[in-house]
Design a protein around this ligand. Sequence first.
Ligand SMILES: *[C@@H]1O[C@H](CO)[C@@H](O)[C@H](O)[C@H]1NC(C)=O
Length: 539
Amino acid sequence: MVKAGVYLVVLLSYLCCYDGYKILVVFPIPTLSHGILGEGCVRLLLKAGHEVTYIAAMPLQDTHPNLTQININKKQESKILKNITNFINPHLNTHFNFDPFHTSLNSTKTVLENEEVKRLISDPKQIFDVLIIEWFFSEVLSGLSAVLHCPYIWLSSLNPHWMILELIDDVTSPAYVPSYNSLTAPPFTFQQRVTQLWYQIRVYYFKHFQYSIEEQKLYSLLIPFMSKRGRSTPISALEDMRYNASLILSNCDAAMLAQAISLPQNYKPVGGFHIEAQVKSLPNDLQKIMNNSKYGVIYFSIGSIVKSSELPDNVKRELMKTFSELNQTVIWKYEDNEINTLKNVHIRKWVPQQSVLSHPNCILFITHGGLLSITEAIYFGIPIIGIPLFSDQYQNVDKSVIKGFGKKVQLSSMIAHDLKIAINEVLNNASYLEKAKEQSRIYHDRIVSAGEELVHWVEHVVRTRGAPHLRSPAITLSFYQKLYLDLIGLVAVIFIIIAVIVLPVLHSYIANNKIVKTNTIKTKNKKNNKIVNSQSLKK
Ligand SMILES: *[C@@H]1O[C@H](CO)[C@@H](O)[C@H](O)[C@H]1NC(C)=O
């Protein structure tokens, strides 16, 4: 009886004080790593009792009573990843030519042209408390916030950089904040500093003047929906919505690879939020392999975009030979079956990476240096060997080398040879493991987990109606005001006035005066001369 009463009280308090919010989450990029972040965010929000609608290129595989999903991935993946072709060529020397701006427009278009999405945003009964949108080189989707009349939050997959900080505060200095795809990490040499500056100016120009025309076209697809929902408010322009984010949640952490640069109050580093406190247990076969490895396990994966099965055959053979000569067990994420494995090398098409890294026998992670992979390596305190392939991976690997828990190896036809030397060094020099453990300790020394922080800040935005108190005043000023170009202009005008009007007048006044003076002197002299002359004549 008492028990039933307790249940009733619990039920009632749940009903009257239910604080679940309705949240729309949009992750349009169809690659696994972006999907992992989206999924991590959605799971955290569901766990906190919120109701989530997820517009996703990589939807969750399982269902949840509070989750509605809209899958926008209709052969989108192949289209977007088309420009990876000829990356893996026999010489392994082409740089991965990946245009994130193009990818962004494509995936934004996929969202806006999706029938289910259109139905959702034109339905006046669909009311959301807050919107979480993945930022990926375009701000068109901020228009959803104007359609749905709710605050929005960016979620950024990268370390802080000027292009995203500009949206809530100001651009950063290229002298010490590298562009997202910089091939090196600071400190920069003079030449690198100049390169960074030039790159930033070029991309700034491109993004603000050329690219924004394309963005505007896509944004116009949203405008009919703004009036459709029966509100009489004026249409919001892209230029207003772009800078109206309440918050940026960023997949970064100073203990991981983000530099400790000054950040605006509404930039929240929550890197590592996608890692669940209780990692999933390994599949039985892998569990057995890892438990039984006497000399430890080396995990080798170059991520999900570039496939190690597409490496040239001779390189794959040499890698296999190098691995087979080691005492350690090697787990290789390899997307094909056609390779002869040797006793200590185990290939798997898919590997639960966090579970492998969290196993006490895991001693080394050979990775492409994707931010998520390095984040997980730090989380679990595993030293790395990085083989950077594209985008931010170069500077990620560079930073782990600087922090002392990583070693860099270049992708080349010599990779098997170089890798062997690197493996020997990392395994025989204890400082790599020490540094990895130390970095991990620094990351875990915090008030609450990154996941809890993420949920808190999302709720905070809802509770404070868009968190206007956290916004930087920098976004209310124009470029010229921040740089005092108006003052410089004013001073210039004053100088010009002085130069053009005051100086000539003064000059001619002085000149006139001189003429008058010299004339009088001359006449005086003449008179004197005359007197002298007449006197001398008299003599
Ligand atoms: C910007 O965001 C605030 C807070 O969410 C909101 O009140 C305001 O209407 C938004 N501005 C525009 C132009 O939509």
